[in-house]
Design a binder for this molecule. Structure first.
Ligand code: UD1
Ligand code: MG
Length: 465
């Protein structure tokens, strides 16, 4: 308890330079929209970009900015969003009916009643805002009362326009309300707005729906707070990061934007991508220096590729760690909980799952190895299968260091192959094999002299008739 209090003081105390006290931060994520244009039974914000939902992206933006509380505003109909948001540790505010962005933020008011700090509004359908940008919006409040994230739009279309004077933001005018002169402005509102909780809700209580859409506009708080004598500023971000997703086409654009940024980040870290545009990454992919990734590799959530490892073409990786100097593929499928040791090799048409593969071990061709622990320098022959599932439970296969598993072995789990053991080809191994033993588990071969010749002769005779 004592320790927690000390930490809390440390975090909220003034900066070493004696700057202003850092205020406690909260985020309100708007997700009450109907998302009809996605034509999906799943709520829009639960669709994925870079392997995680847009809602999870936005939650991560808030977390990275150091918020202590996140409220997600959902519609009555978005039960799936409510469940997902709860599972991510957010508080839920229901907005029903949906009467505009200002009305949506007001739905979170009771949850933040006792909160004394700054609040930032984020949209759940705007997944790609960078951490630095979210920080800049919060930090702008050190010298102002309200900060809005703006961007220069190539085609400003229906976006709200930012009216500025010097470095001050004097108003946000929605496109429908804008004069032709205002419509020519390219500086637009991303939707991200930061202010103290007190200012935000004091202004929102005075917003009316007397406008073209008959909605309560969050953007109206700018002029209201200025009339209170507050300072309002704009922080400028890139158009690419404020891309909002409304349709499947937008979703694909967001995915492309994420992938290009991630490819650049990975290459910048000293990794070779032989054909960058054909490699698909996930939000959390880590690849270390001098790793090489070939063409058409797909990487799902939870993958770490260590130094000097090579991922050859057409390989699929998910939830795995590839050790230093290891080589994977081409055409390999590495499933979750696979740990590939240093300098180990996995070749073509190999599938692994829940596997610990020791240093220098090899699974060269056409194998399935799951629920297994393989020691160091193990050699798995082509066509080896771990028979890990009996229809009800999964069982473990353990293979000791330096063991040699002959081609086409079936390892019927649970089973343990001792260190240095040698399995003859084609065995169905149902019993443990001691260290250094040879196991042969196949029928003895029978040779019948002249049999084939007689066989062909008999068939040929019938055919000739
Ligand atoms: C809003 C801004 C506009 C800005 C644009 C950026 C206002 C009045 N306008 O316009 O200045 O350029 O976003 O994309 O704020 N939402 C709710 N409940 C509601 C209405 C909306 O939760 O009652 C949510 C939506 O799910 C969405 C976000 O708020 O995530 C924005 O709503 P939307 O209707 O798209 O606002 P725009 O008209 O695009
Ligand atoms: Mg919109």
């Amino acid at each position: 308890m004592h320790r927690n209090r000390l930490e809390a003081v440390y975090i909220t105390d003034s900066s070493p330079q004696g700057g202003p006290m850092k205020k406690d931060r909260a985020a309100i994520i708007l997700a009450a929209g109907k998302s009809t244009r996605m034509k999906s039974a799943t709520s829009k914000v639960l669709h994925h970009v870079g392997g995680r939902s847009m809602l999870a992206w936005v939650k991560a933006q808030a977390d990275a900015a150091g918020v202590s509380k996140v409220v997600c505003v959902v519609g009555e109909a978005n039960q799936d969003v409510r469940d997902a948001a709860k599972a991510m540790g957010m508080e839920i505010a229901v907005q029903e009916p949906q009467l505009g962005t200002g009305h949506a933020v007001l739905a979170a008011k009771h949850i933040l009643a006792d909160f004394d700090g700054t609040v930032t509004v984020l949209y759940a359908d705007t997944p790609l805002i960078r951490t630095e940008t979210t920080h800049r919006v919060f930090d702008a409040l050190d010298g102002a009362d309200v900060a809005v994230l703006g961007f220069e739009a190539a085609d400003p279309g229906a976006y709200g326009r930012l009216i500025t004077r010097g470095d001050e933001l004097t108003a946000i005018v929605e496109a429908r309300e804008a004069t032709p002169k205002q419509l020519a402005i390219q500086l637009c509102n991303s939707g991200v707005i930061s202010a103290s909780r007190a200012d935000m809700f004091s202004a929102l209580s005075r917003v009316t729906n007397d406008n073209a859409k008959g909605e309560y506009y969050l953007t109206d708080i700018i002029e209201i707070l200025r009339s209170d004598g507050k300072k309002t500023v704009a922080v400028i971000g890139d158009e690419a990061e404020v891309l909002g997703v409304n349709s499947r086409e937008d979703l694909a654009m967001a995915e492309q934007a994420f992938q290009s940024a991630k490819r650049a980040e990975i290459m910048d870290g000293g990794v070779t991508l032989r054909n960058p545009d054909s490699v698909i990454f996930a939000f959390d992919t880590i690849a270390e220096q001098d790793a090489i990734i070939g063409a058409n590799v797909v990487i799902e959530e939870g993958v770490r590729i260590r130094k000097n490892a090579e991922i050859k073409p057409f390989t699929h990786l998910a939830g795995c760690e590839i050790g230093e100097g290891a080589s994977i593929g081409p055409f390999a499928r590495i499933r979750p909980s696979t740990n590939v040791g240093e300098n180990a090799k996995i070749g073509n048409f190999v599938e692994t799952k829940n596997l610990d593969l020791g240093k220098g071990s090899k699974i060269g061709h056409l194998s399935y190895v799951g629920d297994a622990e393989l020691g160091i320098n193990v050699n798995i022959g082509a066509g080896t299968i771990t028979c890990n599932y009996d229809g009800y439970n999964k069982h473990k296969t353990i293979v000791g260091d330096h063991a040699f598993i002959g081609t086409h072995s079936s390892l019927v789990a649970p089973v343990t192959i001792g260190e240095g053991a040698f399995l003859g080809s084609g065995g169905v191994i149902t019993k443990d094999v001691p260290d250094d033993a040879l196991a042969i588990a196949r029928a003895d071969q029978v040779n019948k002299d002249g049999w084939a010749k007689r066989y062909h002769a008999a068939h040929q005779k019938r055919k000739d008739k």
